[in-house]
Write a protein that binds this ligand. Structure first.
Ligand SMILES: O=C[C@H](O)[C@H](O)[C@H](O)COP(=O)(O)O
Length: 260
């Protein structure tokens, strides 16, 4: 049986706290706990980047709830995807964009992988470009994950590292990407829709190539730079040195780690 969410379960910053109950929390409950903890960083009057994905969804819901209760006021949200835009609209969160607010006070978002230096892989939900544009101009970027997202090294989950590319001659770009990481035994795959096998199209009308590595890709900055040098590439899902705070919810409690 899953435990009902208890906001008082969360402990203080930089401290590991234990759950008052031996019952096992579901992964979604852990995501919610991390998200609610992150929303404690949101103060009235802030411009806040609203992330995308199943973890961020809880944070956006919570911001909407606190606005409705009048606990938060004068919040401006900058959504990182069309999906989050719709969610925020449904919650009456006032929205704006980077052209009006080129600097954000805070952004909260999930991640697909987090390494010990707080480098991230993002974009398995398809929203990496808008996320990166918004999160790289946020004074504080709070990353929220359940403990399953922690890896020893980037690529360590064996799951995809997404790259957003233009649709024009996508097979060529996929081939170039795969060739770039031959030494890591990379396989590049076009992301497709499970329903009909058609290419997945991002909010920016692009495609996504998912890179799978069998070996460590080595220096992450060099890897990211090499990807960006390929002309058909728009952006990649490596978010290096961007996270300022990491909130991890695990079976034993919540950890808040700040960038050193
Ligand atoms: O494109 C999706 C985003 O980068 C998500 O933040 C990331 O995939 C994590 O998503 P979730 O919280 O659903 O695991």
């Amino acid at each position: 049986m899953a435990l009902a969410y208890d906001p008082h379960f969360i402990g203080s910053e930089n401290a590991e706290t234990t759950s008052p109950s031996p019952l096992v929390l579901t992964q979604d409950e852990l995501k919610k706990i991390a998200a609610y903890k992150a929303v404690e960083f949101v103060k009235s009057g802030m411009v806040v980047g609203l992330g995308t994905g199943s973890t961020s969804k809880h944070a956006v819901d919570r911001i909407g709830e606190l606005l409705r209760q009048g606990i938060l006021t004068d919040i401006v949200g900058i959504p990182t995807s069309k999906r989050t835009h719709e969610q925020a609209l449904s919650l009456d969160i006032p929205l704006s964009d980077l052209e009006t607010h080129p600097v954000l006070d805070l952004a909260i978002d999930g991640a697909d992988e987090v390494d010990p230096d707080m480098n991230l892989v993002k974009g398995r939900g398809g929203s990496l470009l808008r996320e990166k544009m918004i999160e790289c101009v946020s004074k504080k970027f709070v990353v929220i994950v359940d403990e399953s997202k922690l890896v020893d090294y980037i690529g360590g989950s064996g799951l995809a590292m997404p790259v957003e590319i233009v649709p024009f001659c996508w097979k060529f770009t996929a081939h170039m990407l795969q060739s770039l990481f031959q030494e890591a035994d990379c396989v590049a795959k076009l992301r497709t829709l499970s329903e009909n096998g058609e290419p997945y199209v991002t909010d920016n009308s692009n495609y996504i190539i998912d890179l799978y590595f069998k070996k460590d890709i080595g220096d992450l900055k060099s890897a990211g730079d090499a990807i960006l040098r390929l002309p058909g590439v728009v952006e990649h899902g490596l978010f290096l040195g961007m996270a300022t705070t990491l909130i991890v919810a695990g079976k034993l409690g919540v950890t808040v780690k700040n960038k050193s």
